[in-house]
Design a protein around this ligand. Structure first.
Ligand SMILES: NC(=O)C1=CN([C@@H]2O[C@H](COP(=O)(O)OP(=O)(O)OC[C@H]3O[C@@H](n4cnc5c(N)ncnc54)[C@H](OP(=O)(O)O)[C@@H]3O)[C@@H](O)[C@H]2O)C=CC1
Length: 503
């Protein structure tokens, strides 16, 4: 029924589908559609919506241009610094003093990003017969989008169906000096000069990841925390991450909120004076930093895309679009995927999966909906953290504390033993639901390559992994993931954990 309706209406429009937003979610939907559409004339049109990315004609949204890719590469730069330190224990000798060149790293990272943009994504769109327009899109009528290109030229296009995948951009605080003097992650990855002594405001994903790699590059870093670290994540793991960051000489200022930023010295970097107030309002903090990085969350880029013109419902505070389980808004032919959706996970692979499946449901006679349960995720903090399933707090809430068993262990990666590094920092825990044959409902790993480890276990969780199956799995020796096949100590029996080596 839906397909016939779409095809019937499609005959009257310029395009079968218009995707507003050229991030990875939108691109995933756009690339699948033309292959599935029956009408020869009906191609997909995709737009950029971030003004900055639009100016430089950049596809790939936050992930490619100002997020995951640059962040992981800079995290890698920090890991290499650690590897250089470790290498002397393995017999490497250096004559030259080792130092890090920020500009050189930044340029290399940006070069890679440009290459991904120009060659990979644009070519892929062309191959998929998708019309790409570098323009700002605004819905002006239920089936019409107005586009404005970089020269200001406007055009209208009609389409049977729209997918909104405009993503999010960093929030600002709205305090004196924030927009003038502070940067966000959108700026950090292309900052032409070394940020120097940095104050990171916000203690979730983005804040802690940036703080981690900046400290790993040898820069002094302070994190200003309003309440807790990593809200929504397993809080015992969050404590361990904080402990590791403190050992890395990152300072934490909590609980404080920033109230003012002033420039006191020009330069690259210059010097800023910040004022902050403790959460109870009793204490004031004043300090000087070279850079203030705001990582206080993001808001959906939906303000200027004409949602009000077509009656699409959204949360006026966050800009997030309300969708049903099929990713459909309250307006039948308008869908939304990725970070703009209200109440879903803001993760690139989630947007990509949602986009792909939506396109297949619309044009490919498939019914599979995006499954938002057991989505694995990873934090590129200096001590990497990978997780899939629920946190301990959530498991207790869902099943009752008496019905969950938490198996855990510290472990010491073999490659860290020779340099004698961080013996008590790596940790694994598996949360099981006792009445359901000890089904594994959460896997948490703190350690090198945590994301690589957890990805495979995420598949097992989807297949209903039990503790017994985990125990009967033979480990690979001597790797870190092996620890998950040999967890015998429960948190209930003993708070203390033993440290397992990989040999
Ligand atoms: N590795 C990955 O996969 C990554 C994923 N992401 C995704 O991007 C999304 C956004 O992440 P992120 O940018 O870290 O934002 P989040 O919304 O997750 O966290 C915002 C942080 O800023 C703090 N904060 C919010 N408002 C203020 C304020 N007015 N003053 C001081 N502190 C404040 C919050 O504190 P409080 O707890 O007190 O509210 C919290 O610590 C996340 O949902 C995440 O899924 C981002 C980066 C990496």
């Amino acid at each position: 029924g839906t397909l016939n309706e779409i095809l019937r209406r499609g005959l009257r429009y310029d395009y079968d589908l218009v995707v507003i937003g050229g991030g990875l979610g939108g691109l995933a939907a756009a690339k699948v559609c033309p292959a599935l559409c029956f009408q020869a004339h009906g191609y997909t049109l995709s737009f950029s919506v971030f003004p900055e990315l639009f100016k430089c004609d950049c596809l790939g949204g936050t992930c490619i241009n100002v997020g995951c890719i640059a962040k992981k590469l800079m995290h890698q730069a920090a890991l290499l610094g650690q590897a250089i330190q470790d290498s002397s224990n393995f017999g490497w000798e250096f004559n030259k003093q080792v130092s890090h060149n920020w500009t050189c790293m930044m340029e290399a990272v940006q070069l890679h990003i440009k290459a991904m943009n120009c060659s990979h994504h644009k070519q892929h769109l062309q191959d998929s017969r998708v019309t790409y327009l570098n323009a700002l899109g605004e819905l002006v009528a239920p089936h019409t989008v107005k586009t404005t290109d970089t020269k200001g030229a406007a055009m209208c296009h009609s389409a049977a169906v729209f997918i909104i995948s405009t993503g999010e951009s960093p929030r600002y605080l709205g305090i004196p000096g924030d927009r003038e003097f502070c940067i966000t992650s959108d700026d950090l990855f292309s900052l032409p000069h070394c940020p120097g002594h940095t104050l990171v405001v916000g203690a979730s994903y983005m804040g802690l990841e940036c703080a981690g790699f900046l400290a790993g590059l040898g820069l002094p870093v302070t994190v200003m925390v309003r309440s807790i670290l990593l809200r929504g994540f397993d809080q015992k793991i969050a404590e361990r991450i904080e402990e590791h960051m403190v050992n890395q000489r990152i300072s934490f200022l909590r609980p404080f909120v920033l109230t003012k930023v002033e420039k006191i010295q020009e330069g690259s970097p210059g010097k800023l004076r910040v004022t902050a107030l403790s959460s109870d309002g009793k204490e004031t903090f004043e300090g000087e930093f070279n850079t203030v990085l705001l990582a206080i969350g993001r808001e959906a880029c939906t303000r200027n895309i004409g949602l009000d013109h077509v009656g699409v419902k959204y949360n006026p505070r966050t800009g997030k679009v309300l969708v049903d389980e099929e990713d459909r808004t309250n307006v039948g032919h308008i869908f939304a995927i990725g970070d703009v959706q209200k109440g879903r996970l803001d993760l690139t692979p989630v947007a990509v999966q949602a986009g792909r499946l939506l396109a297949r449901r619309l044009y490919g006679r498939q019914r599979t909906k995006c499954d938002y349960i057991n989505v694995p995720t990873m934090l590129f903090t200096s001590m990497e953290y990978g997780a899939c399933g629920v946190s301990e707090e959530r498991a207790s809430q869902m099943y009752g504390e008496e019905n969950i068993e938490v198996y855990h262990s510290n472990f010491w990666p073999l490659e860290w033993t020779v340099p004698g590094r961080d013996k008590y920092a790596c940790y694994a825990k598996v949360i099981c639901h006792i009445p359901d044959s000890e089904r594994v409902v959460g896997v948490h790993v703190l350690g090198p390559n945590a994301g690589e480890i957890v990805q495979g276990f995420a598949v097992a969780l989807r297949c209903g992994l039990t503790k017994e199956q985990l125990d009967s799995t033979i480990g690979i020796h001597p790797v870190c993931a092996e620890v998950l096949t040999d967890l015998t100590v429960t948190q209930r029996a003993s708070g203390a954990t033993v440290v397992k080596g990989t040999c």
